[in-house]
Design a protein. Structure first.
Length: 143
């Protein structure tokens, strides 16, 4: 059974995430602040933290960086982090903080579950749903 910690100061977002992620093999826990998230991870047994970028008292980037700092000297077990971003430009913040994955809001249940499964397998996940299509100048697409 995998333990997934949902970290957001918005109860409505935590409920939405729980609804999307609940199922066999996943135990859902919640934290409503950055310090609560850090404290729960330090207790051990958390496999994945799903953290909102905009969380009061300590943002998602600060939480992720603190978790990486704790892991670096053995203060906490390594844990994967999936960051929920508000807009595509926030990708830089997720990457810079050391999150293994990110999903851009609005949340799509299928993309969210795919991201969680990937991170629980030890992989990374980058939501490219809002990435513009690549256009190559001079190419023709004749069939």
């Amino acid at each position: 059974m995998a333990t997934v910690l949902l970290a957001s100061d918005l109860a409505s977002l935590r409920r939405e995430l729980e609804t999307m992620l609940s199922g066999p093999g996943i135990d859902i826990e919640e934290a409503s602040s950055g310090p609560d998230t850090i404290a729960r991870v330090k207790e051990g047994g958390v496999d994945l933290v799903v953290v909102d970028l905009q969380i009061g008292a300590m943002g998602g980037m600060a939480i992720t960086m603190e978790l990486r700092n704790l892991e670096s000297y053995g203060g906490a077990d390594p844990v994967s982090v999936l960051m929920l971003l508000d807009r595509r430009p926030d990708v830089f913040l997720a990457r810079r903080s050391g999150a293994e994955g990110f999903v851009v809001k609005p949340l799509d249940p299928q993309r969210l579950r795919s991201a969680v499964r990937a991170l629980l397998r030890g992989e990374s996940y980058e939501d490219d749903s809002l990435r513009p299509a690549t256009v190559r100048v001079g190419s023709t697409d004749s069939q």
